[in-house]
Design a protein around this ligand. Sequence first.
Ligand code: HEC
Length: 236
Amino acid sequence: MREQASYFKINSNTVAAVMLISLFSSCYYSRSSPGWEYMPDMNHSLAYETYASNPFFPDSMNAIQPVTNTIPRGVYMPFHYSTQLTGYDSAGVNLNFPDWLNDEEKEQGKYIFEIYCAVCHGKSGVGNGTIVENPKIKNPYPPPPSYFSENLINLPVGKMYYSVHYGKNLMGPYGKILNRNEIWKVVYYVKSLQQHHKDSIATAGTATASADTAAAVATTTGGDSTKAAADTASKK
Ligand code: HEC
């Protein structure tokens, strides 16, 4: 019985000593190092790091280049129009709206427009964006031309795409910021603004025309009621 107790005593002392030693030896001075790692696989992924070397590839580079002359999926597509004026003209003739554009895409185009373009072009497209017309800005940005100006109102969509992709004079390029579909959506939206403008002019024109006819009738007949109708029409 006595022998057993002393055996136990020695044993528990040894265990305590081992525990203390391992406790202190596991404390490591450097704060930037984790010290000993007992199960590193639990902490570190076994996958290769993107830019690490990899013995399985002939050039030992883990980040493999895309196969020559191929384009990775979902990445920015090349734009095959020259940066010279001929490229602009050619885009105007050959590039057209893809057939998947619809009202929903137009809404997305509006969203993109208000993020990237409205600061200069203004929400309505007349060229009065916040960096152009802002009393707090000391040197305001020169106003871009209105989308409804004579030069731009009938600008072919291909030319618009081209200018948004490459930029034009004071407007920066968006080819690396927006992908192909996004540029189409935003151009579609710009065209819809222009169409809306043309439609409103046409309606106003019809109103004026009918006012003129009514006025002419009023003069010939001398009728007050027709004159009143002419006034209402011209106010539209
Ligand atoms: C930093 C201000 C600025 C921003 C932002 C901007 N533009 Fe412009 N944009 C201009 C100016 C200035 C012009 C006139 C360029 C010229 O003809 O000299 C222009 C011209 C245009 C034209 C006519 C191009 C042509 O071929 O004549 C279109 C279309 C256009 N912008 C669309 C956009 C769209 C779409 C966006 C957003 C993706 C955008 N712009 C963002 C300043 C801007």
